[in-house]
Design a protein around this ligand. Structure first.
Ligand code: SF4
Length: 69
């Protein structure tokens, strides 16, 4: 497990946003930790068509905070 900082995909609203209620994502948001090897889709409109897969420790300037659980 790795601690996540604001700006990293694991804490971004676009990380796996099409299944945002999944237990793994809820756990990441509440604990602010994640397995760095996890892959999920980025749903950012500029990336979605590319089916970009990112890890919780990735990041980009499109970051918006995930809604608090
Ligand atoms: S790549 Fe950017 S927009 Fe996509 S989940 Fe990561 S921080 Fe969010």
């Amino acid at each position: 497990m790795q601690t996540l900082q604001t700006g990293q995909c694991g804490l971004c609203n676009h990380f796996g946003e099409h299944h945002a209620q999944a237990a793994v994502l809820v756990t990441i948001h509440s604990s602010k930790t994640a397995e760095p090897t996890l892959l999920d889709e980025c749903g950012h409109p500029k990336h979605a068509a590319l089916h970009l897969k990112v890890t919780p420790i990735s990041g980009c300037d499109g970051f918006i905070p995930a809604a608090e659980a």
